[in-house]
Design a protein around this ligand. Structure first.
Ligand SMILES: Nc1ncnc2c1ncn2[C@@H]1O[C@H](COP(=O)(O)OP(=O)(O)OP(=O)(O)O)[C@@H](O)[C@H]1O
Ligand SMILES: [Mg+2]
Length: 250
């Protein structure tokens, strides 16, 4: 591969070139994504917006390697992942990617702390993981809730546990799919504040799929999908996160 003569200001964390994802079932074909070209810089925060069915989740799943493109190339953090094996993708995710979903699907028989540890058991020792989990939960304001089972946590607290779990592997990239879908406006604001804080403190690149304008406003750039294609993008001059930060920090 040739090296560009003038390097971009920030190296790309994610590059998609001519990416398509087509689903075929029962003789009919759905183009969930068609010919996507997209570059996201390291340290950037990007929101993927667009109507239901426009391909947001499909795009995120391709970037995390949970799914593979039908055509095109995908590089994440300098690694080509479109041709990688399941095993390579699982290892890549475990090392570099944190995932946050609309519902964190915490294990009901475990405490908040144990949920974080259990998710990383294949990759570390119990005692180290426990110390790391405790630190993250405290960082996300859950120091009093370490031993609570999910049933005794509010939706906002469960989502914060989900965010802490996503940070356990010290990822460079955080991918969130509708992370505030189950939260009210106040709790959404709280989670946005935390996302902004962890972005800075953990030096993350964040891509978040969302229907919520408040979440999109947190991003530096909003990429809008319609019918599986990029319909436009908007660069925000970041007043949002700074305001949120001021609200969040005493
Ligand atoms: N496993 C699948 N099999 C067949 N079609 C699928 C599959 N997954 C997604 N699709 C289709 O691909 C398109 C994009 O779906 P996707 O879930 O990416 O949309 P989305 O923008 O995330 O929607 P939402 O806002 O509702 O979450 C839709 O038409 C959907 O029906
Ligand atoms: Mg979706």
């Amino acid at each position: 591969m040739s090296v560009p003569l003038s390097l971009p200001e920030r190296l790309p964390a994610i590059s998609l070139d001519g990416v398509s994802r087509t689903y075929t079932s029962g003789g009919s074909t759905v183009a969930a994504l068609a010919q996507i070209d997209l570059r996201i810089a390291r340290g950037e925060t990007v929101a993927i917006a667009g109507p239901s069915g426009s391909g947001k989740t499909t795009l995120l799943n391709l970037v995390s390697g949970l799914d593979r493109p039908t055509a095109g190339t995908i590089s994440v953090l300098g690694t080509r992942i479109d041709g990688a094996s399941e095993r390579e993708l699982a290892e890549f995710r475990a090392r570099h990617v944190g995932l946050v979903f609309e519902d964190p699907h915490l294990l009901s028989g475990l405490t908040a702390l144990e949920n974080l540890v259990a998710a990383r058991l294949p990759f570390g020792h119990w005692r180290d993981l426990q110390a790391q989990a405790r630190g993250l939960l405290i960082e996300l304001g859950l120091g009093e809730r370490l031993d609570a089972p999910p049933s005794r946590l509010s939706a906002g607290e469960r989502q914060r546990v989900g965010l802490a779990r996503a940070l356990m592997g010290q990822p460079e990239l955080l991918l969130a799919d509708e992370p505030t879908g189950n939260l009210d406006a106040g709790t959404t604001e709280e989670l946005i504040g935390l996302l902004e804080r962890v972005r800075r403190e953990h030096d993350l690149t964040i891509v978040v799929c969302t229907h919520d304008p408040a979440v999109a406003a947190f991003a530096e750039r909003v990429v809008r999908l319609v019918g599986g294609r990029v319909d436009g993008e908007q660069r925000l001059d970041r007043p949002g996160p700074l305001e949120v930060r001021t609200l969040e920090e005493p």
